[in-house]
Design a protein around this ligand. Structure first.
Ligand code: SF4
Length: 184
């Protein structure tokens, strides 16, 4: 009979050199491995896509498998801003404030058509994509995206987190990108 123990898979060891009693690898690979498997998301859910996220957190899909079950409603203790739902223009400054309050390194996942492009709400009151006010790392398509798609988006974020250089956040290119958004 299958036990819980034999369903657990271990994270892959980063590339390195190993021998009797030692294993050596690069610091950024170890940091990437740790960060990738302990991302704390901040769910900024405003409408129906948020319901799909609730299913993603439930026992069937179980985001805890990715080390991300610890949701943070405090921006300072979050690594990943997940924006799910229609963002009205009036809500834009609040979303931006939440992003600015997050500490570096931080990532953004735009879930669903509304967050990514305004979706079906091509109207004067709806923001036509959150990337008009904050940088986005990964977009999840769909209206509404299924939990599998949200998980796929989280896995793409995990890949970015794992492979990001430790120096990227201090690079002139990154600062220039934030400056384009008027973020210091
Ligand atoms: S993308 Fe579709 S499901 Fe998601 S918030 Fe917009 S209307 Fe709702």
């Amino acid at each position: 009979m299958e036990t819980v123990t034999n369903r657990i898979t271990l994270a892959e060891t980063p590339e390195g050199y190993e021998g009797a009693g030692f294993f050596a690898t690069r610091l950024d690979k170890v940091v990437g491995l740790a960060r990738k498997n302990s991302i704390w998301p901040l769910p900024f859910a405003t409408s129906c896509c948020g319901i799909e996220f609730m299913a993603t957190m439930g026992a069937h899909y179980d985001l805890a498998r990715f080390g991300s079950e610890r949701l943070s409603f405090s921006p300072r203790q979050a690594d990943l801003l997940m924006v799910m739902g229609t963002i009205a223009k009036k809500m834009g400054p609040i979303l931006r404030q939440v992003y600015e309050q997050m500490a570096e390194p931080r990532w953004v996942l735009s879930v669903g058509a509304c967050a990514s492009s305004g979706g079906i709400f091509d109207t004067y009151s709806v923001l036509q994509g959150i990337d008009r006010i904050i940088p986005v790392d990964v977009y999840v398509p769909g209206c509404a995206p299924r939990p599998e798609q949200i998980i796929d988006g989280v896995m793409k974020i995990q890949h970015l987190v794992e492979t990001e250089s430790l120096r990227r956040r201090d690079s002139p290119e990154y600062k220039a990108m934030l400056n384009k958004y008027g973020i210091e």
